[in-house]
Write a protein that binds this ligand. Sequence first.
Ligand SMILES: [Zn+2]
Length: 425
Amino acid sequence: MTGFRLAELRASGRLCTFLLAFSAALLAAPCHATALRRTHPSSSSSSSSRGGVASLAALRGAATRSDPILVDFYVFLGTDGDATNVAPRASTNIGGFDNTTGFYRLCSERCPVFTHVHEAGFTSPVMRFCGCIAELLVEDLSHDFGALEPEATFALGDYTEIAAGQDFFDVTDGHGLLHDLLSAAPDSTHYRRPGRLAVWVSNHINGHTEGTMLAGTTLLDQPLYTDSPGPGVLLVGDVSRAGRRLSHETGHVVGFHHVAGPAVDYTYNHPGCPAGTNFVPWHTMSKPSCEMNIMGSWYDGPYCCPSFLQLGHGSTIACLPNSATSLQTPYCCGSSCTHVCPAELPGFTFATQEHGTILTNILRCWLHLRGTAAPPNVPYGGVFFAGFGGNATSGWNNSVMECSDGVAELGSCTWRTAPTLRAHS
Ligand SMILES: [Zn+2]
């Protein structure tokens, strides 16, 4: 029984893999080419956005809880094939929702685009990251978090392209770079400023094991304290819009764990928040559903589980035939699958039936803490994490929960030790 349960959990985790892989299926072709860099459309587009937001903030003085949360993009330039000093590649996905609202459809007039000619003779477009994509990513943050709490709004802050060296462009150690970035001093070009969300964008980020790639990585539970460095996310440039990876990583920043997969020992715990939001025990999905949560999903798709442990399992529930060698999606694995959901997947949302309420409570606490002073000696000067086992003091001993999410599948959140940095302001 235990063995089957483990297999079921692994299979459900694998489901997330394929659901997220959809949006990555039509990424830029894995090739290198000469990029003819156009004039810098991202600079002009971002400066106009930045000017509008900054002037409003200046008029109001310090940010208040009703102001949008500013999101600063630090985009690392590097060498890509024969092209030097170029921005990371961006998603050219035009499948599914991205055919109408994807980055390529909406930004290919503003971001640098060139055609790559493959050896076989066919061509494919390549687009580079620019301010247009940053604007849409921020728009999605407001949309996705606004579905839980309308007061959660975001606006583009600074958009900066930085030639920091190839190690920041093609990242060989995602964990190491994340912690270097989090430790950046106030005079650094990519410092995470207090009260704002920093998004560092690279072209490629190696995972923790051979041959794996990260789409994003960050720390769990980073409040927007007024006197401490702000939260930060390391993101790869070619995430698709439909995949909602920045919203996912920002969900970790807010304090969301993964909602699908094996049970996790996590309780969101901030005593300074209002009742109902200051202590939120976590649970993962109890059964599959027809919804797709940004923090993970277990979709009750019409196809049978392709695992040999589940095919011919004797279930009386009808499912469409599937096999590992000719994979059909979306499928569902686990004894609680009913295979009733449509083959066409819905869009991602935080506000799913099973987790909408607890995500809302955690988000409200995060918004409540905005602008408050950081407790003393929190790791990195801005990470609270006090959730382990519900003990409000055990998480402060220079321990943080680091979440690393792959390109092909969501990853895990694991404990790391971190230096204690005091506020820089
Ligand atoms: Zn994650």
